[in-house]
Design a protein around this ligand. Structure first.
Ligand code: FAD
Ligand code: NAD
Ligand code: FES
Length: 299
């Protein structure tokens, strides 16, 4: 069992956990993830190691409620425990002195970007960060990124903080204005990563994205996470999760990620019924619908 030592909401539907996991904390490197199972009837889900504290022997997980397991996780707090935490998994990020590096975090993708951005900065790169979210209260880690970055840009879809628009609007402008962008690292919705890739490909800027296929075992055995990279099949859990953005077949990945939407919706409805709440009438992926179910009374 892996004890939760601390928890706090970063936004109405994103929670940060500090979990006691000594061995993982010692070995973890930026870009790696764990696969967790909450209890013996739980499904396995991948979560990035957002940070670690080797002295305390803890890892930090930042989780957005999007379906049954992540919503169930919102009920956990200090003193509770997670049954299985397996990792660190995946190939660590390739951190080099590129020159000017742009780190892009869309929504909860910012949690995955943060350790990589920090490592890029520590390596001596000039760091430009672009953070985007649907609205102000969905922006996470803004203070930590502000401390780290040489320049930071913030966008919200509704204009409630920073520029109104998408992270890619800023990127497009930067590509035109900046004398040289040497490297781009982007994590967020697939459509965002695809658009980033399209923009940087035109200018031949080295670009890496962290992919989020459905994962089961995390060992390269089940094939659940297979992705097409440069026309070849790769397993994101052991060959990734980071890949050259310009080689990713985003269309196939999107199709595969949508394969189980009906089952995921049913599973969330069942969970909500068991919890005594009403069957969700809207999609479980509608943030407002999720927000009402999990919003803590003090938020
Ligand atoms: P489900 O009912 O399984 O799915 C609900 C919705 O989430 C559906 O739209 C579904 O298409 C989508 N979804 C399902 N699996 C994934 C997936 N693997 N990635 C993205 N969307 C998915 N989430 C975080 O909040 N924080 C993280 O640090 C984080 N790190 C990740 C690292 C990796 C390497 C990968 C592959 C995914 C990561 N995810 C992270 C996504 C997280 O694993 C999914 O949100 C989770 O599996 C959804 O489970 P669920 O039962 O709550 O929802
Ligand atoms: P979101 O859907 O609110 O989007 C956040 C921001 O991304 C937007 O504000 C916008 O700036 C940008 N964006 C979205 N769609 C875009 C498009 N079509 N073109 C350009 N920019 C676009 O984010 P969320 O609800 O927090 O979801 C985060 C996403 O990150 C989820 O889709 C999830 O699947 C993904 N994710 C990825 C990983 C990974 O390892 N790569 C891990 C966890 C989550
Ligand atoms: Fe099973 Fe990658 S999750 S092969």
């Amino acid at each position: 069992m892996y004890e939760i030592l601390d928890d706090r909401y970063l936004s109405p539907n994103v929670k940060q956990f500090e979990v006691l996991a000594n061995r993982i904390a010692r070995k973890q490197q930026p870009g790696q993830f764990v696969i967790i199972r909450l209890h013996d009837r739980g499904e396995r889900i991948p979560l990035t190691i957002a940070d670690s504290d080797r002295e305390r022997g803890t890892i930090q997980l930042i989780v957005k409620a999007v379906g049954k397991t992540t919503q169930e996780m919102m009920n956990l707090s200090r003193g509770d425990a997670i049954l299985n935490v397996v990792g660190p998994l995946g190939i660590p990020s390739h951190i080099d002195l590129f020159g000017t590096a742009v780190a892009i975090g869309g929504g909860v993708g910012a949690a995955i970007t943060y350790p990589i951005a920090r490592a890029l900065k520590e390596k001596g790169n000039r760091l430009i960060t672009i953070l985007g979210a649907s609205q102000e209260n969905q922006l996470i880690l803004l203070d930590k990124f502000s401390e780290l970055s040489d320049q930071i840009y913030v966008t919200t879809d509704d204009g409630s903080l920073g520029e109104k628009g998408k992270v890619t609007d800023v990127l497009m402008r930067l590509i035109e204005e900046e004398p040289a962008i040497d490297y781009v690292h982007a994590v967020g919705p697939l459509q965002m990563m695809e658009e980033v890739s399209r923009l940087t490909k035109k200018s031949n800027i080295q670009t890496v994205v962290s992919l989020n296929p459905i994962m089961v075992d995390g060992t390269g055995m089940c094939g659940g996470c297979r992705v097409r990279i440069g026309g070849e099949t790769r397993f994101a859990c052991v060959d990734g999760p980071e890949f050259n953005a310009h080689e990713v077949d985003f269309k196939t990945l999107n199709q595969r990620n949508e394969m189980y939407l009906d089952q995921e919706r049913e599973s969330l409805d069942r969970f909500n019924l068991e919890q005594g709440s009403e069957k969700s009438t809207s999609s479980p992926f509608d943030p407002d619908c999720k927000l009402k179910k999990i919003l803590p009374s003090n938020f």
